[in-house]
Design a binder for this molecule. Structure first.
Ligand SMILES: [Mn+2]
Length: 190
């Protein structure tokens, strides 16, 4: 099985100048909430900061979720439009992740939550620091990684979520932050 057929990398979706500009704007504009949460009376810290923006009526329903749905900012709406035009696909939500430096990470997971439906198609834009995107086949544990540079758009086919897990490993030598926008299409209950 070839993971590279189940995701696609579009480098320079935004050029270096635009990417840097957007990164700085988002860093300032986003209303980053507290990243601590408690489970059974113990306090944990999410190793990144997140915001969730969606069309009216769409909420965030993932595990350990503390996120309030925020409206689309003009900047996020502009980026969504560019991504949608390029991919000829419409998205109704975006999860924004800030990896403050190389200590921040996300562990192995698949973006296959029930409310994304059976065929989740996700577009992920990287701004800021270059980080590794690691993937691992669920059954065979075959694994690999690619570098995601600022301005890169990564699209993940539904089959990628079915067959592979992915992660952004910690890279302690990285001092710069990375912002990642993951555009999603939440399926409303019928
Ligand atoms: Mn993910």
């Amino acid at each position: 099985m070839n993971a590279n057929k189940e995701f696609r990398i579009i480098e320079d979706f935004y050029d270096a100048t635009e990417s840097d500009h957007i990164y700085r704007l988002l860093l300032q504009e986003q209303n980053w909430p507290d990243n601590s949460y408690s489970v059974a009376g113990r306090l944990f810290e999410l190793p990144r900061l997140q915001t969730w923006h969606a069309d009216p009526g769409i909420s965030y329903s993932y595990s350990n979720n503390l996120l309030q749905t925020q409206p689309w900012t003009p900047l996020l709406a502009d980026i969504r439009q560019k991504v949608e035009l390029f991919l000829s696909f419409s998205f109704n939500a975006v999860l924004v992740n800030l990896y403050r430096n190389g200590q921040d990470y996300v562990g192995w997971h698949a973006d296959n939550e029930a409310d994304l439906g059976e065929q989740p198609y996700i577009a992920s834009l990287t701004l800021g620091a270059t980080r590794q995107f690691a993937f691992r086949q669920k059954k065979t544990a075959e694994c690999g990684s690619v570098l995601l540079r600022s301005g890169t758009l990564l699209t993940m086919q539904p089959a990628f979520q079915h067959h592979w897990l992915h992660s952004i490993p910690a890279e302690p030598h990285v001092t710069q932050g990375r912002i990642n926008l993951t555009f999603r299409k939440v399926i409303l209950p019928q």
